[in-house]
Design a protein around this ligand. Sequence first.
Ligand code: SF4
Length: 362
Amino acid sequence: MEKIMEIGMPRALLFYTYYPFWHGFFTGLGVKVVLSDATTKKTMSEGAALVVSETCLPIKVYAGHILNLIEKGVKKIFVPSVQSIAPKIYNCSKIRGLPDIIRNVIKADFEMVEATYDKSEKHQGLYEFLKEAASYFGITDMSIIKSAARNGQKVSNNFRLMASMGVPYLKALKLALDNKVIMPSEKKNYPINIAVIAHGYNLYDEQVSMRILDKLESMNVGTRTAELLSEEQMREGISSMGSKLYWANELEITGAAAHYIQDSKTDGLIAINAFGCGPDSLMIERISRFAKGKNKPFLNLSIDEHTGEAGFITRIEAFTDMLIRRKNILSKKSADEQNLAEHDFQEGAISEEILAGIKNNL
Ligand code: SF4
């Protein structure tokens, strides 16, 4: 029987970290990639209906995307188990156990391409992972697999370069997939800048994040994200908090937050975290304390499938107003201090002159 050379890719979870690579890899193998549609309310509610209510929103969204691919008639769907990305650095149990979750909640006629990446227990690195994924299409030749991996790496590098230079995430993704690279136009100056801290799957899924980045832009607020930072800057951030890397996605949360908390050009931070996420609740608590110690305003927004947009926007607007008022007060205080210092200096100079005159007249 002829092998189906098509793979369904759920537009959820690790898609937001690895899709440029995965797309480049599978197309390099000659496999057509079918992407699920952008998340809608229907994706969320259908996914949420499949899992227990305490499950975090990103898993519900993921399940909804699998349903969408099944509806499209895709027979093979990529559901990897990314356990550990480096020795002793792990993903959360839900990301690790993704194929088992999907197998248990979705009973339909499709095959999961469930390659495992595990650098801790199984010592299964990138090539073993890719070999396993390619085997679902009957491809075992390592030279073909390595060449497809190089293709994936090229797309991924182009994407990361543009994202790190400030090209908006979804635009950078589209350009990289078309094998194009552009650099952003000149940077705009904003009255205030806010760092938005969230996992890629919460921030760049426009339904989940309710387009927070666009909303801030429309309020004339500059935004900063983890993509603008190097891995080294995020690692330094974690160390400066006296913390150690444990979770695979901790760099984009703790590392980025710690960096921006100490950045004088960042006026405040907004974190978006999924209700029911164990790792996030620990990381956010630590970040919140660190921000308090550094006197940096910090707002945490917890989301689930019931989060209403109106309340979400009200909180962002109130936080932004507070930051503007705070910045005005701080600049006025600093200007007053400056005037006072100059005044003191001038007074000091006059006194010296008077003193000299008195001395001369003696
Ligand atoms: S890290 Fe948190 S939000 Fe993300 S999949 Fe795991 S439990 Fe859910």
